[in-house]
Design a protein around this ligand. Structure first.
Ligand code: ADP
Ligand code: MG
Length: 341
């Protein structure tokens, strides 16, 4: 009999949900960052859930309980941000091995409550159970779309500009440092990269601002890795994309770290994952207007990195020397050949 490890996460989800038929109120079902349900005329509820498992998504050896708790909330907030939504409340379920120190769980909850407080959301419930072996955290986040302007992955149009908030790749480099796969002698540089991995900042304000003030055609948050996540926009919008390698935003910190480590920062930026930045598309004229207004609103920078193109199948990466190569979705998958992580 075949096993779930033989197929990819996305194939498995498709298999499990293929005969699910959404009703008229389910505006967005399976396949976007959040589900969208119309509870009354023009009143939309957004919902998302994410499960983190010790040894797969975090390690007690490398992450403090505070950071595990705060990141669990931040990841779900990021899915609300990717729709341009407003987060309202969270339900948090935990599965605990009986030998878990009480202090670990109280610190985990200091992290959870601190991010809830920062973003003005209520911790409204959850569930607490014993787990035989590994610690499990599952966060459900409920939000809404106050002006009914939520953004899907599927709306990109040919000729759209592709833009991203913030720098890419710091988080993946931070993970390599935490796991000891690489070293960084400069302590400040090291802690910046590690912090990008452990304490990501969901772009809630930015997502809402984009959805409410600009005609953003499609949006996703970068959780699995830039190439894979842009791949979702391409696939669901039935378009291809051209990305300009020299426009990919690399922070000075990542550039310096990569010089020392003799690695290409683009590898981290394009397939690293867990940046929790927003990746979105809009017409070039809307982007022009946005580029003028953005710095008045936010410190986090905005970058124009490519264009949607219906003549392209998948994603092409254009180098400075004019060479183009396909960008594979090196997106992180939990099942199948990519291995369980
Ligand atoms: P994200 O990376 O934004 O958290 P996922 O890749 O985990 O999203 O999930 C992709 C889509 O599949 C989402 O719409 C999610 O709600 C849906 N999904 C994932 N697992 C299941 C499941 N076991 N049953 C039903 N829907 C699922
Ligand atoms: Mg997402």
């Amino acid at each position: 009999m075949s096993q779930v490890g033989d197929i990819s996460e996305f194939e498995l989800i498709r298999l499990l949900t293929e005969d699910v038929t959404p009703d008229a109120h389910t505006i967005v079902g399976i396949g976007d960052d959040c589900s969208v349900y119309e509870i009354a005329k023009n009143r939309y509820v957004l919902a998302t859930c994410d499960m983190l498992i010790e040894g797969v998504h975090f390690s007690r050896k490398t992450a403090s309980p505070f950071s595990v708790g705060s990141k669990a909330i931040a990841c779900s907030l990021s899915d609300i941000a990717a729709m341009g939504g407003r987060p309202l409340f969270a339900l948090v379920s935990i599965g605990l091995p009986s030998a878990t120190p009480e202090e670990y769980v109280t610190d985990l909850y200091i992290g959870i409550r601190s991010v809830c407080r920062d973003y003005g959301i209520v911790l409204a419930g959850g569930d607490t159970v014993m787990s035989p072996d590994k610690l499990v955290i599952d966060v459900s986040m409920i939000g809404d779309s106050p002006r009914g302007k939520f953004v899907l992955r599927s709306g990109a149009k040919a000729g759209d500009a592709i833009a991203v908030t913030g720098f890419l790749g710091d988080s993946a480099a931070g993970l390599d440092l935490l796991e000891g796969a690489r070293t960084e002698p400069d302590t400040e540089r090291r802690s910046e990269l590690v912090e990008a991995h452990l304490l990501p900042e969901p772009r809630i304000e930015q997502g809402q601002y984009l959805a409410e003030n600009f005609k953003v055609h499609s949006m996703i948050d970068i959780s699995d890795g830039f190439a894979g996540d842009l791949g979702h926009i391409c696939k669901q919008s039935k378009l291809g994309a051209r990305i300009w390698a020299d426009k990919i935003p690399i922070s000075d910190t990542l550039a310096e770290f990569c010089r020392g480590a003799r690695v290409d920062p683009l590898d981290y930026a394009l397939s690293g994952g867990e940046d929790y930045e927003l990746l979105f598309t809009l017409s070039t004229s809307e982007l022009e207007r946005l580029t003028l207004e953005w710095p008045e609103e936010f410190d986090v920078p905005l970058f124009h990195i490519g264009e949607m193109d219906k003549a392209i199948d998948g994603i092409l990466l254009l180098s400075e020397d004019g060479a183009e190569r396909p960008l594979e979705a090196g997106s992180f998958e939990h099942f199948g050949s990519a291995g369980v992580r």
